[in-house]
Design a protein around this ligand. Structure first.
Ligand SMILES: [Zn+2]
Length: 87
């Protein structure tokens, strides 16, 4: 499986039966959507229903991916607070 075909799994609430289902997405698609602030198309296999992620769902997905690198390694450095040296 090539690297950009890696799958991301995270739970979503099915809008039809309200069950929490673990759905699989192409990681590149999800990260691309998060980085570019594009809507993510979610899918619940239990009811074979797809929908566009709401703002809250986007936040949840973003939080889920918070532990995962979103950017290229060269840009993944933590942002440090600027220190004032002249006082
Ligand atoms: Zn369902």
């Amino acid at each position: 499986m090539p690297q950009d075909e890696r799958l991301a799994r995270f739970p979503v609430s099915c809008p039809t039966c309200r069950k929490e289902v673990l759905a699989e997405y192409r990681q590149a698609d999800v990260i691309g959507a998060l980085v570019n602030d594009r809507p993510i198309q979610l899918y619940a296999p239990c009811c074979d229903v797809s929908w566009t992620a709401s703002y809250i769902e986007m936040q949840q997905i973003r939080a889920h991916f918070g532990a995962v690198r979103l950017d290229a390694p060269s840009r993944a450095q933590p942002i440090k607070p600027r220190e004032t040296t002249d006082d």
